[in-house]
Ligand binder design. Structure first.
Ligand code: C5P
Length: 227
């Protein structure tokens, strides 16, 4: 079955403290956004891309990607989940029964991890996300930032993107969750809230999200040493 790809890239990147949104900062000779698309485009199953950008984004038209006919620009929303939903509304679910959502800010994702996620989800006919088990000891905090208790880490995972779900189910779950004011920080949280199972597919922890300035140096290292 065909897979549409949604790339939320409408954030302003406040924590980055840079002069432009983080998806347009330079990374190994390209922008972060171009590196991310370069990775996604190496996956043959991904042919159609919906890129959610801020409606007044002045940077995208200057990139060679702007002329790419596989990429459709859609207006982003106030929060990441609104940006994703705006893109989902544009997708013909009969033509693309599955949708893969990947943050523009994760340029180091491995092609082999994306392919593993696709294989697991399509084989089991069940949505899923790339994730890794946590390594550190985990603490639950009180309101005063003291330790309430140590949490059993054997059942804790870091959630990444890409996240892959049936298009219709994700669209409905996001619409309903947003209408009810549920806090949605990734696609899986909407699907969990709606009662659908979500597989954890173990990827690699180099799939970092560019959030702070030092993340660019780390992403550069990973890209230069990439597998
Ligand atoms: O802010 P955060 O790092 O969680 O953003 C994750 C991704 O979601 C980024 O690629 C960002 O551009 C995107 N985003 C969006 N629309 C928003 C906020 C964030 O597409 N309103």
């Amino acid at each position: 079955p065909a897979i549409a790809t949604v790339i939320p890239a409408a954030g302003v990147g406040k924590r980055m403290k840079a002069d432009k949104p983080k998806q347009y900062l330079p990374l190994c000779g390209l922008t972060v956004l171009e590196q991310t698309l370069h990775r996604l485009k190496q996956v043959p199953a991904l042919q159609q891309f919906y890129l959610a950008l801020s409606p007044d984004d002045p940077y995208f038209p200057d990139l060679p990607l702007a002329a790419d006919r596989q990429i459709q620009r859609v207006d982003g929303g106030s929060e990441r989940a609104n940006s994703v939903l705006n893109a989902l509304i544009q997708i013909d679910a009969q033509q693309y029964p599955w949708v893969l959502v990947h943050d523009a800010a994760r340029p180091v994702v491995r092609v082999s991890d994306i392919e593993l996620l696709i294989q697991c989800c399509l084989q089991n006919e069940q949505g899923g996300i790339l994730a890794t088990p946590v390594r550190d000891t985990m603490k639950l905090a009180t309101a005063e930032n003291t330790v309430k208790q140590t949490v059993d880490r054997t059942t804790l995972w870091h959630a990444y993107t890409p996240q892959l779900f049936p298009t219709v189910l994700l669209r409905e779950a996001l619409q309903r969750a947003l209408a009810q004011g549920v806090a949605i920080t990734d696609e899986a949280s909407a699907m969990e809230w709606a009662g659908w199972p979500v597989q954890l597919v173990q990827g690699h922890s180099d799939n970092i999200k560019i959030t702070q300035a030092e993340d660019l140096a780390l992403a550069t290292f990973y890209l230069e040493h990439s597998v």
